[in-house]
Design a binder for this molecule. Structure first.
Ligand SMILES: O=C(O)CCC(=O)C(=O)O
Length: 336
């Protein structure tokens, strides 16, 4: 990598002793060494209020196949709905740890609160991520377990329900456009992932200030195993995407929703759309918070390349399997 294009995320930091060693990434993952300062390609920001879905489909299909990532504006979710969601989530994370721990994950459950000091189950090194998080499902009603929804602040439930209701409309529009962009009927992509049974898993990532943001990561490099991820961050940048082996900062775009293509869309499209490899950095002085919602097929639903997209010249590149089995292999780092 050319040194001139490399940017140090925290050049003012002084010594490695500033953070515990189990947060320090190996050099090939350290953002201070591996972040590329400028892009020679554009990270797409797409206005989705275009009522011509054919035209919109082309733009979205291009971003989905070239990068697997874009941000959408003019999505129709009112600013105050997002503000209420973000205020409630921030207030929860600012509570004393004992109160947050009432929502801790139970053995074997993905939902619940996890602390920053939890070890990642990845790699032999067990390096920790500089982040706290809370997971819980928000849609459809039969998969929701309110045990994991904070009761404090009181506004949390209503704010989250209202955001979810609005987000479903955006998700449906994106699915329709992505389906048309593959030459399919508008409903086929969503139907291939479970249709109205698609499950919405919300996560809140809370990244406190870090004295050595050049050495640590919030969330390490990964692709999302879901279909699509729709995310609203606070104003502190930190998301990076990988393209052709290099890491690029994603700008914070006010009022935008960040869209990641996940593994299940890559599979259904038989590789035409790409799941984006991404990670998060942390800030020396400011707290970053993000609210991804992962749109997941039901556990027993089988996902595979959409039959209309495969033929003798373009055979299936991926296995069809139950989402439960896909998730098990991904989480345990087993071959798919
Ligand atoms: O915080 C972000 O912007 C991305 C978070 C993420 O990739 C994740 O939680 O899986």
């Amino acid at each position: 990598m050319e040194t001139a294009r490399v940017q140090s995320v925290a050049s003012t930091c002084t010594s490695k002793e500033d953070i515990p060693s189990d947060f320090i990434r190996p050099e090939n993952e350290q953002p201070g060494i591996t972040t590329v300062g400028s892009t020679d390609f554009e990270i797409p920001v797409i206005e989705i209020n275009d009522s011509d879905e054919e035209r919109l489909a082309k733009v979205i299909a291009k971003a989905s196949s070239e990068i697997g990532f874009f941000q959408v504006t003019n999505h129709g979710i009112p600013r105050d709905v997002i503000d209420n969601l973000q205020r409630a989530g921030k207030e929860f994370f600012e509570l004393p740890v004992q109160e947050k721990e009432e929502y801790s994950k139970l053995p074997g459950s993905l939902e619940g609160y996890g602390t920053a000091l939890q070890k990642e189950s990845e790699g032999k090194e067990n390096i920790k991520g500089w982040v706290d998080h809370l997971f819980h499902r928000v849609w459809p009603p039969h998969v929701i377990n309110h045990r994991f929804w904070p009761k404090n602040p009181q506004s949390y439930r209503e704010a989250t329900e209202e955001y979810t209701k609005q987000l479903r409309g955006v998700a449906d529009k994106l699915f329709r456009c992505m389906s048309i962009g593959l030459g399919l009927e508008a409903n086929e992509l969503k139907d291939g992932a479970g249709g109205e049974n698609l499950e919405y898993m919300m996560k809140i990532n809370y990244y406190p200030p870090c004295p050595r943001p050049d050495l640590a990561l919030g969330v390490p490099a990964h692709t999302d195993m879901s279909t699509l991820t729709l995310l609203v961050p606070n104003e502190v940048p930190g998301l990076q995407i990988c393209k052709d082996g290099s890491w690029y900062n994603v700008d914070y775009v006010p009022d935008a929703i960040v869209v990641h293509i996940g593994d299940q869309i890559e599979i259904m499209s038989n590789g035409k759309y790409k799941a984006v490899l991404h990670r998060t950095t942390v800030d020396k002085h400011r707290t970053r918070i993000s609210w991804p919602v992962f749109l997941e097929p039901p556990a027993d639903f089988t996902v595979g390349p959409i039959p209309k997209l495969i033929n003798d010249e373009n055979p299936a590149k991926y296995k069809s399997k139950k989402y439960r089995d896909y998730a098990y292999c991904k989480l345990n780092k087993l071959p798919q």
